[in-house]
Design a protein around this ligand. Sequence first.
Ligand code: NAP
Ligand code: 3JM
Length: 346
Amino acid sequence: MSKQYNVAVVGATGAVGSKMMEQLIKRNFPLASIKFLASARSAGKPIEFNGTTYTIEEAKPEAFDGVDIALFSAGGSVSEALAPEAAARGAIVIDNTSHFRMDPEVPLVVPEVNRHTLKDIPKGIIANPNCSTIQMVVALQPIREQYGLTKVVVSTYQAVSGSGVAAIEELRTQSEQWEQGKNVEAHVLPAKSDKKHYPIARNVIPQIDKFTENGYTYEEMKMINETKKIMEAPSMHVAATCVRVPVVSGHSESVYIELEKEATVEDIFNVLKDAPGVVLQDDIENQVYPMPIYAEDEEPTYVGRIRRDLDNPKGFHLWIVADNLLKGAALNSIQIAEAMIEDQLI
Ligand code: NAP
Ligand code: 3JM
């Protein structure tokens, strides 16, 4: 019989954690056992998984005894405190937060792009990149392999689900408040811990996560730094503007790239039509292009609106869309675990 694994889902009650649970079932992950961890607020409550009722446990170090794979999505401070504890108890941690992503001893993995980095996991921790980074590198890496890549300028249109269950609820409540002519109240976005909050219903907010000292937000810096790390391209030029839009699910990105070699739109089509994890949706005569509502609950990264820049024959514009909670988070994490199993690393 093939090997089975004891798995812990940390942050099981959250937007990402619940998608992890769905994916484990859908993909028939080889489970010997599973446990669901969250904060003390949820401990003791029931949670359904594959027709069985489990009890949520509080995430604390002893909960990781006997765990082989720990899937973390409970925020950076929980990962900071507990991922090393889980790893010390022999678990492989796949962490969805930004806490360990830039640690040189922690591989930052998108299996379609840099699966080879899973061979060396010095801390027992693997980082899952930021949702916006993942879908962008899935689409750009195959182009880069053929034509080289010197510059990436991205503007994102990010769904509220990227900010957790409270943000999904906030968009729903604000939409109702608008319809009923009531005052629209904002408590969650752009960043829960920031000084001010703005409505997202009927709005677009050019701030995701807090501001860093250089004028970019943390979300923008994540995209910049993570793209360079995953592509092993420290000198590539990368710039990002990250924007929250009133979409529940699915991040969209307008991306401008500059290649090392000249290419045609047909060349880019040819690369992307066979690229792993990519579905080309580009037929302007029939108004076919990616859109977030059609990417919801789907696995691929969709690419369309591919145009050569009118002034730079090495410049291209693309529109990239994926389900941020699937390829952007839960699915990519499970694919990391599957790649480890397939490559007999666990
Ligand atoms: P969410 O819907 O707000 O869920 C947060 C989860 O964390 C809940 O299960 C919550 O449990 C748990 N939690 C909070 N404080 C905890 C504590 N002290 N100890 C243990 N568990 C605790 O948020 P989400 O959207 O699922 O995101 C969760 C985290 O995943 C984010 O903070 C982020 O770091 C990461 N994330 C990554 C990506 C990505 O791109 N890879 C995308 C989105 C999120 P309770 O229900 O008990 O409070
Ligand atoms: C997506 O602990 C936190 O503040 C989590 C903030 C957060 C992150 C993050 O930085 O881990 C919310 C939503 C992410 C992410 O994927 O980078």
